[in-house]
Design a protein around this ligand. Structure first.
Ligand code: ADP
Ligand code: ZN
Ligand code: ZN
Length: 721
């Protein structure tokens, strides 16, 4: 017998199947990891196929040396998924396989923890002394006990003599690191009619789009669907954006499903992640909840896949290996013949269009589960504020509403999508702007740390006191960030607890949970944050949401920026008035005439969708076309330029061949010309859909061959910077 093996090495040259002979004494299955001789080395590989015959010369073929584990860690479904992903995204076989198992497993770093338990084995005839007798009595009473606890209680020597004399036996058992425990009680709710209808409608395989306003009880629908699936003896995967995996959310799932859930997210330690993976692999967990990569969980017999906040851009990986989580989920739901549920208060234009076209089944939850109105959104024109003499961060209305919240001992959230104190530091005399040495971006001022920081590479610099160019001391600060908002709030409301939640305050483990815990207790209290505060949180006493500087997400060089702006404002607004008290949103903007705001303020998703889809159609943008972006980067600018030129010449031939289908194609510097000392150049092509797969393959082929630059190939890029 012969095995097809993929070598676990990240190299283009090795990215194919190699044949090995299976020695008679080895029991090899598809999906196992093995050790094989390769050149002069011994390398790890994955067995992806087993055949009776080989294509290579049978006399020269080498033998598999041994297995890495005695089980197949890649299940058959995942081998098919690998083929699907490699074809669709032009990925290397190895890099896809690596997505399927914990990286620590490959490096052989994970140690399973064992603990020792003691119990009585023989009678007390040989016991000497009081201590030994005490241990014996203790075990007789309690059955068994941890070795370490007995050692602490009675001392090592007495315990050890009992073990030596075989009176007490030691048993090893494996300790599972459970990443999360909770004492939250399960909230019993009776589904309302619309929730019921949604649950009942989702039964056959296919894709369902659950469009439910914020607070409509989508989570309760998901939980009911999962319960239904578990009763049928099947399993479930539910994906949530990383930032929504709050302790609150996890606790409510743990309360409902207990030990049958496994949680996968980036906050887990290496060991915890491996243990969860293994529980899933062995079928000990029936429900997997996690962020993006949990879609690769080794769970079989799936009865449902749920993707919450389906519009979130974090579901698409922004670096190699690139993949789209929804597409992977579609593959798995087809393979398992089960429903895929995409849920959101603000579906992506792309998904909603598919629902309109009948490709997805549309289900709607148009009202909040508790029957309350959605909070009223009041738009404040900040240009008008400036004209009437208020050049501060907050409008008069927002200050008045905040004072009201404070007087009523309630809570408010202030959303600003920029961390730090101000977006840049600039010399008023000569216009000098502090920039990162390695990146083509201006540095953000962090007042608390007294530093200028690069948000792309993390490098830190000294704050400007004088301009290094003209020695002027007249330094101007750029647009407001979270730190500055907190500072201003502290001035306005010196007695009120103001908390900040952004990447800077949540970098330590559990910091996130601590801030939320503290906010929960603070009444009155104000939580200032970036998009981290936009979703998942369900605080009863938040009656006001202030959105400062909403426009900044509108004007990015990105066809999705209006869509994103609509989504973000709707999500943040959804945090207000979730319980008994009515909620309100103050939306401060600088360009009041933009169409997005009218729709946002009326919670008119459908109106917004109509407008946006018409614009996209007229302008030939996705979902009516596809945008392909190839990003080249290298530390030597000449290398990238030359290689870009070489590829572009090949691409021009593709353009010629598909002249009617490629609407636009050009090569240029990327908007961010340099990040971490790497120069970035790109080719952008916009293509009609009829022959898109052919065109994608042809375009991709132009970048093949050995290039020095790293090449990132993306379709409908999430981020065009
Ligand atoms: P969404 O995810 O749609 O924003 P949630 O699932 O967080 O909404 O639900 C919002 C609140 O409504 C939660 O506190 C939830 O417990 C509650 N809720 C959900 N369904 C019901 C129901 N049928 N009756 C009463 N309360 C409900
Ligand atoms: Zn200057
Ligand atoms: Zn930098």
């Amino acid at each position: 017998m012969f095995a097809n093996v993929i070598i676990d090495q990240d190299s283009k040259a090795l990215d194919k199947v190699f044949e090995y002979r299976i020695p008679n004494e080895l029991k090899i299955e598809k999906g196992m990891r093995v050790l094989v001789p390769f050149g002069t080395r011994i390398l790890q590989g994955f067995v992806v196929d087993i055949n009776e015959n080989c294509e290579y010369d049978a006399n020269k073929i080498k033998r598999i040396i041994s297995v890495v584990e005695d089980f197949a860690c890649i299940k058959p479904e995942m081998l098919d998924l690998m083929k699907f992903m490699c074809k669709k995204y032009h990925l290397r076989l190895t890099s896809v396989l690596r997505l399927f198992i914990p990286s620590q497993m490959r490096e052989g770093k994970v140690k399973e923890i064992f603990e020792k338990k003691c119990k009585i084995k023989d009678d007390e005839a040989k016991i000497r002394g009081q201590k030994q007798q005490a241990i014996y009595n203790y075990l007789k009473e309690n059955g068994e006990e941890d070795f370490s606890l007995l050692k602490e209680k009675f001392g090592y020597s007495a315990l050890n003599s009992l073990i030596q004399k075989d009176i007490v036996a030691i048993e090893k058992y494996q300790v599972k690191r459970t990443p999360y425990t909770s004492n939250v009680k399960d909230k019993k709710v009776v589904l309302n009619l619309m929730q019921q209808r949604a649950v009942e409608s989702i039964k056959n395989s296919g894709v369902y789009l659950l469009h439910g306003v914020t607070g409509s009880g989508k989570t309760e629908v998901y939980m009911n669907l999962i319960s239904k699936v578990l009763k049928e003896g099947k399993n479930a995967i539910m994906l949530v954006p990383e930032i929504s995996l709050t302790p609150q959310v996890l606790a409510s799932f743990k309360a409902r499903f207990g030990e049958s859930i496994a949680i996968l997210h980036s906050g887990l330690s290496v060991g915890e992640r491996f243990d969860e993976w293994k529980r899933i692999f062995l079928g000990e967990a029936n429900v997997v909840i996690g962020a993006r990569s949990a879609i690769f969980a080794p769970i079989e017999n799936l009865g449902i896949i749920i993707i919450d906040e389906e519009h979130e851009q974090s579901y698409n990986s922004e670096s190699n290996p690139r993949y789209e989580t929804i597409e992977v989920a579609k593959f798995r739901s087809k393979y398992n013949v089960c429903p895929l549920v995409l849920g959101s208060a603000t579906p992506s234009i792309d998904s909603y269009q598919k629902a309109v076209k009948g490709e997805y089944s549309l289900l709607e939850l148009p009202v909040r589960a508790n029957g309350r109105e959605l909070p009223k959104i009041q738009i404040i024109d900040m240009m008008m504020e400036i004209r009437t003499g208020n050049s501060g961060i907050f409008s008069k209305q927002l200050i008045a509403d905040l004072s009201d919240v404070v007087n009523r001992k309630k809570q408010a959230m202030i959303f600003i999508n920029r961390r730090g104190y101000s977006s840049f530091m600039m010399c008023r005399e000569c216009g000098y702007v502090a920039k990162c040495k390695d990146c083509d971006v201006s540095l953000v001022y962090h007042k608390e740390d007294k530093k200028l920081k690069c948000h792309y590479c993390g490098k830190q610099y000294k704050v400007l006191d004088v301009c290094p160019n003209c020695k002027s001391e007249r330094i101007k600060e750029g647009a407001v960030g979270t730190e500055r908002v907190v500072a201003e709030l502290n001035k306005l409301f010196p007695d009120v607890k103001v908390l900040r939640m952004d990447n800077d305050t949540t970098s330590k483990k559990n910091a996130h949970a601590k801030i939320l815990e503290e906010f929960k207790k603070s009444k009155p209290g104000i939580l200032v944050g970036t998009q981290m505060i936009a979703k998942g949180h369900d605080f009863e006493d938040v009656v006001l949401v202030g959105i400062v500087d909403a426009d900044q997400s509108l004007y990015q060089s990105d066809y999705r920026s209006t869509e994103r702006c609509f989504q973000l404002i709707t999500q943040v607004s959804g945090r207000a008035g979730r319980s008994k008290d009515e909620g309100k949103v103050v939306l401060q903007i600088y360009s009041p005439r933009h169409y997005t705001y009218k729709f946002v303020a009326n919670y008119d998703y459908k109106g917004f969708f109509k407008k946006e889809i018409n614009l996209r159609q007229t302008a030939n943008f996705p979902p009516f076309t596809k945008i392909i972006r190839i990003l080249f980067s290298h530390s030597d600018e000449n290398v990238v330029k030359d290689e870009l030129k070489m590829c572009y010449n090949k691409l021009l031939k593709v353009r010629e061949k598909y002249f009617d289908d490629i609407i636009y194609m050009d090569a240029m510097k990327a908007p961010l010309k340099r990040i971490q000392n790497k120069y970035r150049y790109q080719v952008i092509a916009r293509c009609k859909l009829e022959k898109i797969e052919e065109i994608e393959d042809a375009i991709y082929a132009c970048t093949e061959g050995t290039l020095k630059s790293s090449v990132f190939f993306e379709v409908n890029p999430q981020n065009m910077s």
